[in-house]
Unconditional design. Structure first.
Length: 364
């Protein structure tokens, strides 16, 4: 056997050995076998199905020109309750039930365990992300405490007849997800709808008053933060929550300090959050100041990149397929060993052929 051919036999034998190892010792765990991730994705899928079914039967009709997967979670380009600029592709991306599995991973990064209380501050701009967070909490037996504004950016929950409030009522009536919000606010600029039309503010005020939930009307940022902390504290039985989830770009949750724009999408330990003066401090920074980790659900492209989610998929991934779940990977150690062996073999080939003064034959 020539010295230049011998490394090829090594690579072939190494590949066969790798295949034998995977056959004898299949991956011990994948995301598809993870009961909490599987449950969260399945629950969000059933929630989307319930919302789609309701809208098909009762309206408002789903506009499939924009909601390509007909989820019922995509709103309108503009409406009286629209607060700010939003991007259609980002809103569609967050309707993917995989996001619920990704939020499970974020909750684990935060060290949450069954029974923990999770405060959720949400704008109506990303109904898909609110749904993902609630489904992840349900799958992990956590207790979410939700305060939501109803104003929403373009393509979010900005249909006057189909806000996050109507969606949550639909899910409770369908018996899929039974989570009552602690309180509502208008949202938008100043959290009192300064960037909405007068008609839009009137629409949302009537919805909130009819809901029977507390109506939060802050006079400024510090009072808005204090009111939400009081509601969360009361709901938590006087104790502290174990994590805070921010969804969207709520004025009260984000605050007005420019450093918030640098916050990493997804999980952030409290120590990573810059704490500004109280007059610019939102709920994110106040929670972090108290040592509470933050899960920041905004910047959808960044969330997709960090947690391995597809951008604007059509159709949505099959929720029952294990390879559709975020975080799927074969046994990492086996792959590392295999790749190391391949690199070693290729280096051997290069060295052998260099020693014999010729290039590796492409067709032999």
């Amino acid at each position: 056997m020539s010295a230049s051919v011998r490394p090829l036999y090594f690579l072939a034998a190494w590949s066969l050995l790798f295949g034998l190892v995977l056959w004898l010792f299949p991956p011990a765990e994948s995301a598809g076998a993870d009961p909490e991730i599987t449950r969260a994705v399945s629950l969000m899928h059933r929630s989307v199905e319930a919302i789609r079914r309701y809208r098909d039967e009762n309206g408002p009709a789903i506009d499939a020109r924009f909601d390509l997967n007909r989820t019922g979670l995509v709103g309108m380009e503009t409406s009286p309750i629209t607060t700010s600029l939003g991007h259609l592709e980002a809103k569609r991306t967050t309707t993917n039930p995989q996001f619920a599995g990704a939020v499970v991973r974020m909750f684990r990064e935060a060290g949450l365990k069954p029974g923990d209380r999770v405060a959720v501050g949400a704008s109506g701009s990303f109904p898909g992300l609110i749904l993902a967070a609630l489904c992840a909490a349900e799958a992990m037996d956590l207790h979410p405490l939700v305060i939501s504004s109803l104003g929403a950016s373009n393509w979010g929950g900005n249909h006057p007849e189909w806000t996050w409030h109507e969606m949550s009522v639909c899910l409770r009536q369908a018996g899929v997800l039974d989570i009552e919000p602690l309180a509502f606010s208008l949202g938008g600029d100043g959290d009192f709808g300064a960037d909405m039309t007068a008609e839009g503010r009137d629409i949302l005020e009537r919805k909130i008053l009819a809901s029977g939930r507390p109506f939060l009307r802050p006079k400024d940022l510090p009072s808005g933060v204090a009111a939400r902390l009081a509601h969360f504290g009361e709901a938590a039985g006087g104790g502290q929550v174990q994590a805070f989830v921010n969804i969207g770009g709520s004025f009260i949750d984000m605050g007005t300090d420019g450093e918030i724009l640098k916050l990493r999408p997804g999980y952030n330990p409290a120590a990573d959050v810059v704490i500004p003066p109280v007059e610019r401090r939102g709920l994110i920074q106040e929670m972090a100041r108290q040592g509470v980790p933050v899960i920041h659900l905004l910047y959808v492209k960044g969330l997709c990149d960090r947690y391995g989610l597809p951008w604007d998929p059509v159709p949505l991934p099959d929720p029952d397929a294990s390879d559709s779940l975020p975080g799927l990977s074969p046994r990492p150690t086996v792959l590392i060993v295999y790749l190391a062996g391949m690199i070693f073999g290729l280096a051997w080939i290069a060295r052998t052929n260099s020693r014999f003064g010729k290039k590796f034959p492409e067709t032999e």
